[in-house]
Design a protein around this ligand. Structure first.
Ligand SMILES: [Zn+2]
Length: 315
């Protein structure tokens, strides 16, 4: 069964440790080529994430991460770098592992549309506007003031729409979320968030947010971060309850998975690295019809990307 996963932080680990090798299985690394191949991953999103200790407000570490992506991931012949719908379709036909380059937190773009366009020219196709805190564009979910978009942030949204960069609302404060629903001409995604109703954490989405994403033809990637699944002793069965909840809100065609592998240090049992996707699929198959399982692990993200990526890359 082919799989699409909308969030991992391997690039962040690569930026901090030069010995991270995509081609081998290494301890403490959850995403690597052998395991992606083993589970038949069709598309993996790779997020650029600059931790605060590396100074997330600088553009340079973003460029360094893009260089690592080209050198260590996209250079591999098994990988197809996806920048357009055309690339997506070719990657699927060729049975490659498609790689989508994303940016988690626009901080390092420094409010510059020039830097945004440079990131686009280099292949970034999806941006999470904030991480947990405020940046020049908007507030993250941990900002108690719950602010919306700055004027620069609003211009950034317009430019992303124009370029064909997808906007990711995971980590975005709720005020900004609702503003974005008005501002964005394109569907949005939540690449790694669960439901607030079942696990009340600020990183999770309220019923109203979930319905708004669905209405806007967007998509949600449920995440394996244990404390966004259940506050104590989360199991795969608890993750499946979030599926039931999103489906009860009409989200059957808008739901997938965004693991957050390599961005987490604690795990749901049997979901500790990308090679364990088969265990999740086994559990899904026990509970849901094959057609729904296919939508959840693959087809919903595929349809979202086909509808959202521009037909051809303009660079
Ligand atoms: Zn994240």
């Amino acid at each position: 069964m082919r799989i699409i996963d909308s969030h991992c932080d391997l690039l962040s680990k690569m930026l901090q440790d030069p010995f991270v090798d995509f081609n081998q299985i290494q301890s403490d690394i959850a995403v690597n080529l052998p395991r992606l191949q083993q589970v038949d991953m069709a598309i993996q999103f790779f997020a650029i994430y600059i931790s605060e200790k590396l100074d997330s407000s600088r553009f340079e570490p973003i460029l360094e991460s893009i260089d690592l992506f080209y050198q260590k991931i996209a250079a591999n012949p098994a990988i197809a770098f996806i920048k357009s719908r055309e690339d997506l379709e070719k990657s699927i036909t060729d049975k490659k592992i498609g790689a989508i380059l994303t940016l988690e937190g626009a901080d390092g773009l420094g409010g510059s549309l020039r830097n945004l366009r440079i990131a686009y020219y280099l292949g970034v196709r999806c941006i999470g506007i904030t991480w947990n805190y405020a940046n020049w564009a908007a507030d993250g979910v941990m900002e108690t003031r719950n602010g919306g978009f700055s004027i620069k942030g609003q211009r950034f949204v317009k430019e992303c729409n124009k370029l064909g960069i997808l906007l990711d609302v995971s980590h975005l404060a709720e005020a900004g979320f609702w503003q974005l629903m008005e501002l964005s001409q394109a569907p949005v995604l939540a690449s790694h968030s669960n439901t607030f109703e079942l696990c009340p954490h600020p990183r999770n989405l309220s019923n109203e947010q979930i319905k708004a994403i669905i209405t806007k033809q967007g998509a949600i990637g449920l995440t394996f971060v244990p404390y966004f699944v259940k506050s104590n002793d989360p199991q795969i069965s608890d993750l499946l309850r979030h599926i039931d909840h999103v489906c009860s809100l009409g989200g059957e065609d808008h739901l997938g998975f965004g693991s957050d592998f390599d961005g987490i240090e604690t795990f749901i049992p049997h979901l500790e690295h990308v090679g364990q996707y088969d265990q999740l699929i086994n559990e899904l198959c026990k509970k849901y019809p094959a057609d729904l399982v296919d939508k959840l692990v693959y087809r919903n993200w595929l349809n979202f990307l086909k509808n959202s990526l521009h037909p051809k890359s303009r660079c």
